[in-house]
Design a protein around this ligand. Structure first.
Ligand code: ZN
Length: 502
């Protein structure tokens, strides 16, 4: 058995190498590659995707997993080897249903679409990506159909990102959350609008970058194992246990953009950096689901990075970095500005209270497209209509409408967005569990100390990588399944205080 396990690991390591080599090419494309490199890069990524898929779905891996099954079941459930055999089997059974040529076709198509999107968005030209998006929808349906027997066509796509969840589960959770959020948004928007003009002075990019990097070092981001570069739509990416990178973008007329995007991606990176390095080179060495991943980015960005205690500590340093812009602005004014609630057009800039409404409408549109109830040519209009209905705002253009998010232009339609809201809910749930274990955490944050929180997250969440599913992890960490209570309580307490609402 030891011999077979070693062979399995050797084969998985090759798959891992191909995948992460592809990740480097993707990162380069999204950061420094000259535009004319796009078509060759698309082909190269398609080839690597196909090779990795072929290697992973090799019948020899299936045979090894069969031979190792009983051995794995005899080991403790969360031991490295039992988890490796169990999780690899689940992924293998899924992967063999999709032909390698289809994976390559999809990868190349996403690449072409991404390049078109980087040009279509600034030009506000939806028609430029429309035929490509029609193909994306077609490919997304085909992908789902490799998994017959679903209740809803989105189920296999949702399951791929948030294992164990179906469209119906997400709808139920979102409806519960919406019932709490809508009255909260209403109560807040009845109050006078917060003045956040202090964020809109001129903030030179270099100083923004330096300040953000100083903060994430304090969070525990290890620059010996990572770096930060600029991109269109920020992301975190892993190439191996010693190379976990983040990207950001800056707006010299909006301090919040770059800073909170840096804190967000750092949260994703802390998760990846905290995974037990003994799992490296296996499918276990990455975060367990889109939702759990997002819980970490949102926790470090919002629950920590937008808290009063955090700014009581860091605001003097920010004032020193930007004396002309902030010396006459009190910490209280600044804290209110970065937590201003106002229904708006752009998801990534949305406040914590309205943010989930942006996600929910995208999720609903995905389902309608997959169900064949919404044509791509009607998507821009449907988008504007939902923004009007749900948030009471209309984008002047598609640039800030349907073209704003990269997701549908670099991924399938279906499963792309629900993880953001699941992540918010989980961030509240996990943070409340951390506070129960260590009530001193808020006081430590107010001193610029993050060790207790970071260590708790590492020990309870990060170290496991993908050994435990999101649902198993949540059960262990919080003693129950995903539930909205602690997250809603967090929002009500924080914003009740900020806006004087009971
Ligand atoms: Zn994120």
């Amino acid at each position: 058995m030891e011999h077979k396990l070693a062979e399995l690991k050797t084969r998985l390591l090759e798959v891992d190498d191909l995948q992460y080599a592809g990740a480097v090419l993707y990162w380069d494309q999204a950061t420094y590659m000259p535009p004319a490199g796009a078509s060759a890069r698309g082909r190269q990524l398609g080839t690597l995707t196909r090779l990795a898929h072929e290697k992973f779905t090799d019948a020899a891996i299936g045979k090894l997993l069969d031979d190792l099954r009983a051995y794995g079941e005899g080991l403790p459930y969360d031991s490295d080897d039992a988890s490796l055999i169990r999780v690899t089997r689940r992924q293998y059974e899924r992967a063999v249903k999709v032909p390698a040529t289809f994976m390559a076709e999809m990868s190349q198509h996403f690449n072409t679409t991404y390049t078109a999107w980087t040009e279509a968005r600034p030009a506000n030209d939806f028609n430029r990506v429309r035929p490509l998006l029609e193909q994306t929808l077609d490919l997304s349906r085909q992908l789902a159909d490799f998994f017959p027997g679903y209740d809803h066509i989105a189920d296999p796509l949702v399951d791929n990102q948030d294992y164990g969840m179906k469209a119906a589960d997400i709808r139920r959770i979102f409806a519960e959350l919406r019932a709490e959020l809508v009255p909260l948004v209403k109560a807040i928007t009845a109050k006078p609008l917060t003045d956040d003009s202090c964020l809109r002075a001129f903030y030179p990019e270099d100083q923004q970058k330096a300040f953000g990097e100083m903060v994430i070092k304090r969070y525990g981001y290890d620059f010996e194992r990572g770096r930060q570069d600029k991109t269109h739509h920020p992301f975190m990416i892993r190439f191996g246990p010693g190379d976990i990178r983040i990207t950001t973008r800056f707006n010299e007329h909006d301090l919040g953009d770059g800073l909170f995007s840096t804190l967000h991606e750092c949260g994703h990176a802390l998760y990846e950096m905290g995974i037990d390095q003994g799992l490296a080179g296996t499918p276990l060495a990455t975060g367990t689901s889109a939702g759990v991943h997002e819980s970490q980015s949102r926790l470090w960005e919002n629950i920590v990075g937008r808290s009063r205690g955090f700014w009581e500590h860091f605001y003097p340093a920010l004032q020193q970095t930007f004396p002309d812009q902030l010396n006459r602005v009190s910490v209280d004014t600044f804290y209110r500005a970065i937590n201003k609630v106002q229904p708006s057009l752009i998801r990534v800039d949305a406040d914590e209270v309205t943010y989930n409404l942006h996600v929910m409408l995208r999720f609903d549109l995905e389902l309608e497209m997959l169900e064949g109830k919404l044509d791509i040519r009607d998507l821009p209009e449907a988008w504007h209509q939902r923004y009007m209905d749900d948030l009471g705002v209309t984008a002047p253009s598609d640039k800030d409408g349907v073209l704003q998010d990269v997701h549908w232009y670099t991924f399938n339609i279906g499963g792309a967005f629900q993880g953001y809201t699941l992540g918010n809910i989980l961030s509240g749930l996990y943070y409340s569990a951390a506070l129960q274990a260590h009530p001193s955490i808020p006081a430590e944050i107010a001193q610029g100390k993050f060790d207790t929180l970071h260590t708790w997250l590492k020990t309870n969440i990060y170290t496991h990588g993908s050994k435990l599913s999101a649902s198993e992890l949540t059960e262990r960490v919080t003693g129950g399944q995903l539930r909205i209570g602690p997250y809603i309580q967090y929002l009500k307490t924080k914003y009740g205080e900020l806006y004087g609402i009971q």
